[in-house]
Design a protein around this ligand. Structure first.
Ligand SMILES: [Zn+2]
Length: 935
């Protein structure tokens, strides 16, 4: 389970540092019995917090610490309570007091317990019980530390135009890190109001969730900024920033970043207010009435996730907010607009209305991800993000939801920090948004909106559980079945089904039945059933626009027969535009006829999303043993005439998996096969960007070139090398959207000179999006000495902690040959890697990522030896390594037994005498996934 969680977390939220040394950790079995939660019989209503961070060299020994005091107004909601339990972490207390709020009477504290290092809980014990009809004020004086682990109140560093290192103070409190900035009831359900004042250097500004009420210089160099009281809110969306950043905007909407990145804030400032307006219309609930009075979007040089929706002060990794036309790709631009939509959407879904506990994280993240695509789509319809959603989000989560360790959307038992981290995986984001999209198509757009508007109004400034959302949908649902009952199937149960369709009565009817889809038969409960909103069309109707539910397939293993009236159909295609969360398998007759349609003119008028669906489904049905590889290969032959981005995206995902499993031994057979399929697409996209072309053509070019060059397409490699040479010799910049493919090819084919040129560009680069492209491309080096030198650089201060894992994975995902080179490095340097990330969890997940590409018995044995020798050092994270070993054994067995027809076919495709090294495995697809990291 751990293995999958770690992988998924990487995709969903990027690098999250886990500082805990294994030695101090509880074991998995102990963790089950640990109670991380605090009782809700005492609840806070207001916090008054004063903070003084020390960020300057002149602060001496106090530098990177802060002093704090907090006064929490609270009340007991149960009689006879003599203990107040709350959270704190990494702080030193210097005083505690408790008073009755109105009278000021002092209450005697008998003792205050030490903070528990596992649960972060501590208690203030009293001699007498709290009264239930009055407020108390519990106050603490304390000091804390500002780390560089991007959690709590932390420090971030950048180098300014003068070459000076500047340290700023920023926050990241989700999920449970407010307790590192102030003692608190640090769970989402404990909503309260907050009032801050921050004492800071006068050449810095302090910003927070609300506007300042005063900014007063108390000495020449010191200023105190006091902020207006916030609305009622959860601790995890409190935020503040102490920096010398420069803002763009007016008092209502400001984009703020380090001064050197000011030019890169223009795009976010242009689109941000427009996206906010679209969301205001969607929710029918103006943001101006939330009580924040302004919106800041801040780019933070060091940021663990992709972005964070703090109410009124959104914080972003720079790649999620900043856009530079000459250095950011169009995909980067789309990401910026998308992440802004995502975080703005949270102002309603997450901030105004909040999940009651992290076990229902999807109640906010499903909406964040939904708005990321569909709000952005309203602003930029030509980007076709409503279609991209299917391949990026729906198809990508289907794999992990059919493997062992998958968990349901609603998982109220989640409690430990590892559990909370898991709740931010792609299930909450991708699957959550997929279920919302499915619901929209079942209800109609207007009723879906009406239900959500009611949900917001009914639950404003409060917390919710999924039933609250279902109740609101219930009020407006007029479709088939009971929406609340249908949604419970998809949110409380894990996984999804494959439906099997057979044509009957000479094409006048068909039967349909369901079974849970599992990639491995031992990977979970195969008996789960779902109420499935079924959509379909036939070759006679050929209607791919109607996404209305035609029938709700019942929770049953029996076949349902559907009459087609007067039609005599040759094929049925179910799941129109893939609006439902299920796969479809057909009988031989239908598959034959679909195949014929796909190769006919205009692909038989089959919608591009259903072509992408067919491609994704056949790959995975083949992988699961539900469709013979001969059939899979036969259907995929149609790709020779396919030039559309969406089906090709699905194809690259499917081939990526197979190419990994082929390993070094069989890859030579893959080259002529994939280049044969790609030829037409390659010719159609070319190397030249045309300003008038559709977005998806630009994206398609990036992927097609990456694959063609990777598999040694002669013209692709030559052109890439020529372009890179002009870049080196004549400073002629590479067209930004094809940089990943060109850089990678040049690094793989080139030597030290090409490598050093790009490394130096990285060092001087002011745009983080370009930095990430370069870091990934440098991992394409096929020279072992150079690759090992590069791994040393990745682990050094030359690469920001937030980018290290992306850069690291670029080295072993770049080719089958590199897997062994990187694995050799890891075995010799595992302590260095652990130390660079300050995390055994990250090291285990890196090893897991490398092992997922093992294809030989020698590699498996080498991993076994490593695990035997070192597992005690990994503490509880050793379980990641042991499950990696299981997966490697399974993968080798699977490749030997199940892939034979595929390999036989490859061997028959063409002359394979020449071995050409495989280059990057999906540089673009990899970086694309990594690009979508956020909270
Ligand atoms: Zn989010």
């Amino acid at each position: 389970m751990k293995q999958i969680y770690l992988l998924l977390c990487l995709l969903a939220i990027g690098f999250r540092n886990n500082n805990a040394a294994p030695a101090s950790e509880t074991t998995d079995s102990n963790r089950q019995s640990v109670d991380y939660r605090i009782p809700d019989t005492i609840r806070p209503s207001n916090y008054r917090i004063s903070l003084t961070p020390y960020l300057l060299a002149s602060d001496g020994a106090k530098r990177f610490t802060f002093d704090g005091s907090v006064a929490i107004t609270l009340r007991a909601y149960s009689a006879n309570l003599k203990t107040i339990t709350l959270h704190a972490k990494d702080m030193t207390f210097s005083g505690t007091s408790l008073k009755e709020k109105i009278s000021g009477n002092v209450i005697t504290i008998s003792n205050q317990t030490e903070v528990d290092l596992i649960t972060d809980k501590f208690s203030v014990n009293l001699d007498t019980a709290l009264k239930t009809d009055i407020d108390y004020v519990l106050a603490f004086n304390y000091s804390g530390k500002m780390g560089d682990d991007m959690e709590g109140f932390y420090k971030s560093k950048y180098t300014n135009a003068k070459g000076e290192e500047v340290y700023i103070g920023s926050t990241q409190f989700e999920t449970h890190h407010a307790r590192r900035a102030f003692p608190s009831f640090d769970e989402p359900k404990f909503k309260a109001t907050f009032q801050f004042d921050i004492t800071h250097p006068s050449h810095f500004d302090a910003i927070s969730n609300t506007l300042p009420t005063s900014v007063i210089n108390i000495t020449t160099n010191t200023t105190i900024t006091t902020f207006k009281e916030t609305p009622i809110m959860s601790t995890f969306i409190v935020a503040f920033l102490v920096s010398d950043f420069r803002g763009r905007g007016d008092k209502d909407f400001i984009v703020i970043a380090r001064p050197e990145a000011y030019d890169q804030t223009e795009y976010a400032y242009n689109v941000g207010p427009k996206l906010l307006k679209i969301l205001e219309a969607f929710t029918n609930y103006p943001y101006s009435t939330h009580g924040l009075e302004k919106m800041h979007l801040a780019g933070i040089p060091d940021f663990a996730a992709g972005a964070m929706e703090n109410w009124g002060l959104l914080t972003y990794r720079e790649t999620g907010l900043l856009y530079d036309k000459s250095a950011s790709t169009l995909l980067n631009q789309q990401r910026v607009a998308g992440v802004i939509s995502h975080e703005l959407g949270h102002q309603w879904f997450g901030n105004l209305v909040t999940c009651d506990w992290w076990g229902y994280t999807w109640l906010k993240e499903a909406f964040g991800r939904y708005f990321q695509y569909f709000t952005t789509h309203e602003l930029e319809p030509t980007w076709e993000m409503e279609k991209q959603f299917v391949v990026d989000q729906l198809q990508s989560v289907m794999n992990m939801d059919s493997l062992a360790g998958a968990t349901p959307l609603s998982d109220p038992s989640a409690a430990s920090p590892d559990d909370l981290s898991r709740m931010f995986n792609s299930i909450s984001y991708n699957k959550g948004a997929t279920i919302l999209r499915m619901t929209k198509h079942m209800m109609s757009e207007s009723k879906f909106r009406a239900g959500l508007q009611k949900y917001l109004k009914d639950n404003e400034y409060d917390t919710t559980v999924p039933q609250d959302l279902f109740n609101a949908f219930d009020e407006y649902y007029t479709g088939l079945g009971n929406i609340s009952s249908i949604l419970k199937d998809w949110t409380e149960q894990v996984g999804y089904p494959v439906i099997n369709i057979k044509l009957t009565n000479n094409g006048k009817s068909f039967t349909v039945s369901q079974k849970r889809f599992l990639l491995r038969s031992d990977a979970g409960d195969a008996s789960l059933l779902y109420q499935i909103p079924l959509t379909y069309t036939t070759d006679v109707e050929s209607n791919f626009e109607n996404t209305n539910t035609k029938i709700i397939l019942p929770k049953s293993t029996s076949e349902t027969t559907i009459d087609l009236g007067n039609q005599t159909a040759k094929w049925v295609i179910a799941n129109i535009q893939e609006v439902g969360y299920y796969r479809v398998n057909y009988d031989d007759t239908i598959w034959d006829n679909i195949r014929k349609a796909l190769v006919s003119a205009n692909h038989g008028k089959i919608h591009e999303l259903n072509r992408a669906q067919i491609v994704d489904d056949v790959f995975n049905l083949g992988r699961a043993g539900l469709l013979k590889y001969e059939r899979v290969i036969q259907i995929l032959e149609y790709l020779k005439s396919e030039t559309h981005y969406l089906p090709w995206y699905a194809a690259f995902q499917g081939y990526s998996y197979l190419a990994i499993r082929l390993g070094v031994t069989n890859e030579k057979y893959f080259k002529p096969y994939i280049l044969g399929l790609l030829d037409n697409a390659y010719k159609s996209v070319g190397f030249t960007y045309n300003q008038t072309e559709k977005r998806l053509v630009t994206y398609c070019r990036a992927n097609v070139l990456s694959w063609a060059c990777k598999y040694g397409h002669t013209n692709c490699v030559k052109q890439s090398k020529d372009i890179y040479k002009s870049f080196m010799d004549e400073s002629k910049p590479v067209e930004v959207n094809i940089r990943a493919a060109v850089y990678c090819t040049a690094i793989r084919e080139g030597g030290e000179q090409e490598f050093n040129f790009l490394w130096n560009k990285y060092r001087g680069e002011n745009v983080q999006a370009e930095q990430v492209t370069i870091l990934t491309a440098l991992g394409c080096s096929s020279n072992k000495t150079q690759l090992h030198k590069y791994l040393d650089l990745i682990l050094s201060d030359a690469v920001r902690l937030q980018d290290r894992q992306t850069a690291f994975s670029g080295t072993y995902t770049s080719s089958a040959e590199n897997v062994n080179m990187v694995w050799e490095y890891v075995q010799d340097n595992y302590k260095k890697i652990q130390s660079s990330f300050d995390s055994w969890s990250t090291l285990a997940s890196i090893i897991n990522g490398i092992a997922s590409r093992f294809t030989t018995e020698e590699q498996r044995k080498s991993l076994q030896t490593f695990v035997d020798n070192h597992k005690t050092e990994f503490g509880s994270y050793a379980s990641t390594l042991t499950s990696a070993l299981d997966s490697v054994a399974f993968n080798i067995k699977w490749a030997t037994e199940s892939m034979k027809p595929f390999v036989d076919h490859l061997k028959s495709v063409g002359d394979s005498a020449t071995t050409i090294p495989i280059s990057t495995v999906l540089v673009l697809v990899t970086s694309y996934f990594v690009a979508f990291l956020f909270n």
